[in-house]
Design a protein around this ligand. Sequence first.
Ligand code: PLP
Length: 392
Amino acid sequence: MTTAHLMNNYGQRKMTLAKGEGAWVWDTQGRRYLDCVSGIAVCGLGHCHPEITRVIQEQAATLVHTSNLYNISWQERLADLLCQTGGMERAFFCNSGAEANEAAIKLARLKAYAKGISAPEIIVMDDAFHGRTLATLSATSGAKVQKGFAPLVTGFIRVPYGDAEAVAAAGTANTVAVLVEPIQGEAGINIPASDYLPRLRELCDSNDWLLMLDEIQSGNGRTGTFFAWQHSGAAPDVLTTAKGLGNGLPIGACLARGEAAEFFSAGSHGSTYGGNPLVCRVAHRVVEIINEEHLAPRAKQLGSWLVSEFRQRLTDHAGVKDIRGAGLMLAIEMHADCGDLVGLAAEQGLLINVTGGNRVRLLPPLTFTDSQAEQMVKTLVPLIATWQGTQA
Ligand code: PLP
């Protein structure tokens, strides 16, 4: 087997994973790893969660796909549950995070249309990541994601992340929405001050803009509440999520409330696969399990412990710039690029991720046990200490 017939769009490690169970994965050589990445914040319940496997099998043997030509009862049940859990009113289901953001951007365009604005603007942030379709890469920050894809979709105005007054200053008569991650994930776990979202909410209220939160990475229990906005109480008008919602099955959701929940009409948006019976039934069980097993508060408690352990053991190391986290969305920021830590950690049986060049990003399953968390600390701390030694 080779990658010869695959396009070259991924910089993959030469490692093939063959099996998973909870927080453990095994490669094709039979080596075992503790997975502190969860498929990039996707397998929040761990790999091959027995109840999720059972539900996949049962639904696969009942009905997988019908298209949206017909009512889909599991889609309706999932919409009810997600809206109750997240304080929203209506849901649109798709197959990925980028598609969920496409839906949100289209809602903002429809708001502009309703207001008679012909050149609408959406305020987006420095260091944002919203996906890789043309509209979402245009909303995303950075030459790396945008290079070669001009002309970009227009109508995105960019301001510094975490600075609500910059948003206030950027607003014009054409502004219709603010699109923002409550915590930036791909940028390396950037956590804004606690008054940031409430201030954005005020600005959106007073200017008649939609507050659109991208919770594709921060949602589904990861940061200590089901959605990250629930830490602040600043409810969005539009919320997008994906990743942890399906525990590995491809599903995205764009949730809305108020006028934004009513903008789509029959034919204005859609997806052949989106919200099929299989993915919706599985996502419904995922949300139930996150709620029933109190996995969000558990993420908060374990995340606080991990941050304090890493701070105690690593703060004095010269190479370490900052240690931060919200629930199980954690980063150890180094002064220098540290991508080689990924391979060094894998040699020690630990899967980690480095993003933004110098940020070790940790996104373990919400079901991580105390002893797995201890093992992560015990393996990673000396590794980072040694790495600093070798770089010095
Ligand atoms: N938005 C955020 C905040 C993300 O973290 C991601 C993926 O990393 C996306 C959007 C895009 O999601 P997907 O890769 O499922 O299209």
